[in-house]
Design a protein. Structure first.
Length: 402
């Protein structure tokens, strides 16, 4: 069966901390490589080797660097002196050198121009090109080869407020869905959103979690000793609803004075904030994160909108009762079946859910047991198989084994 060459374009690769979205992209890349395909992951910015993941695929780092651009500029200048090139090419070369030298302080518009320029003539030929973020979609469209896909993992115009030129970022993200790319959505919520806004019928490929990392591992203390609620800090993003979670904890503590709130990851509020203090767990993964889930009575997920967030599903797999908002979790969280679903931006409803699960141990136990059972459906083998199906890929490794 045929092996395919697959280029997966990402916005960047950090050395230590990472997002759930990038983790999922790497899991797909590993899975497709295990099938026997030639997989390259290509960042559009200068990136590091990830210390948090063992890739079975190639990471193609950009050759662009200050000294590389400097050498190119000298070469272009020599060609100009010999009348083999134009002033325009010399100007472009010097501008590229200047922008590379001062790239960290550049506004959004300049950063985007550099990202596009970085991949010009740098993408190797492929049978499939996959964009994974709105910033990579235009690159996949302009410079990619073979069949072109866009794996959307959120409705990204919502996050334009995070940039220094939010109006431009909004247009940039909005127009990414108008490009002639085949769109794959990671959740039914996102697929519905794309259909409502653009009439796009995206195919759905839900993400998954590593079940060797997340499973019930110990028990929380007796509730009369401590009632533990754990939350994700949300990377300082306001839409993660951390301030709503803090207010919910404050209200819940009026009924549960021994409530201990633990938070992992960076958070919008400090541990000793005036709304609700918490115990910071830092950036944790693997067994530490599993035990943080398993040692808590409840996980509180308070985002305004998500698209298949991993942490509620990880908590469910770890045997923790989950209180979550609905948008983006509908694929795996069902109210009073395996989770307690509450409206976003309503701290009072969140607090009531926490108090209900504190008082009703039977409900808390039934939700956690069902959650652990349902979470087992979301495996990387299943998700990678679905991605391969959507892309029309064969499994050459399986053919060799047979």
């Amino acid at each position: 069966m045929k092996m395919s060459r697959i280029n997966i374009i990402v916005s960047g690769i950090p050395r230590n901390k990472f997002s759930g979205g990038l983790l999922c992209v790497f899991e797909y890349a590993n899975g497709l490589a295990e099938m026997g395909h030639e997989v390259r992951v290509i960042p559009i910015t200068s990136s590091s080797e990830p210390e948090w993941f063992k890739p079975k695929f190639e990471i193609m780092h950009l050759r662009n660097s200050f000294w590389n651009d400097f050498a190119k500029t000298i070469s272009v200048l020599q060609e100009f002196l010999h009348k083999n090139t134009s002033k325009r090419e010399v100007g472009k070369s010097f501008m590229r050198l200047f922008l590379h030298r001062f790239r960290k302080g550049l506004p959004y518009s300049f950063q985007r121009a550099m990202q596009i320029d970085n991949l010009y003539d740098n993408l190797p030929p492929a049978d499939i090109t996959l964009a994974t973020h709105y910033s990579t979609a235009i690159v996949a469209y302009m410079f990619g080869s073979g069949k072109k896909f866009y794996f959307a993992q959120h409705f990204e115009p919502y996050f334009s407020v995070d940039y220094d030129e939010p109006d431009l970022a909004f247009i940039d993200a909005w127009l990414s869905y108008r490009l002639p790319l085949q769109i794959i959505a990671n959740s039914s919520w996102l697929a519905d959103r794309l259909y409502e806004e653009f009439g796009i019928e995206a195919r759905i490929c839900p993400n998954a979690i590593r079940h060797e990392d997340f499973y019930p591992d110990g028990n929380p203390p007796a509730t009369d000793e401590r009632f533990i609620v754990v939350s994700y800090g949300g990377r300082n993003a306001k839409w993660k609803g951390f301030e709503d979670a803090a207010e919910a904890i404050r209200l819940a503590r009026e009924v549960i004075p021994n409530l201990e709130w633990r938070v992992f990851g960076d958070a919008l509020l400090p541990p000793d904030n005036e709304i609700a203090s918490y115990v910071p767990l830092g950036f944790i993964t693997g067994s530490l994160l599993r035990r943080a889930y398993s040692s808590a009575h409840v996980l509180l997920a308070s985002s305004w909108y998500e698209s298949f967030p991993l942490f509620p599903l990880e908590a469910m797999a770890s045997g923790t009762a989950v209180v979550t908002t609905p948008f983006g979790t509908e694929d795996y969280a069902r109210h009073l079946h395996n989770a307690y679903v509450v409206p976003p931006k309503e701290p009072k409803a969140m607090a009531e859910a926490i108090v209900t699960l504190y008082k009703n141990e039977g409900l808390r136990q039934s939700l956690s047991v069902q959650a652990a059972k349902d979470a087992k459906l979301y495996t990387w083998e299943r998700s990678v198989g679905r991605m391969a199906e959507i892309m029309g890929l064969s499994n050459p490794a399986q053919a060799v084994a047979q």
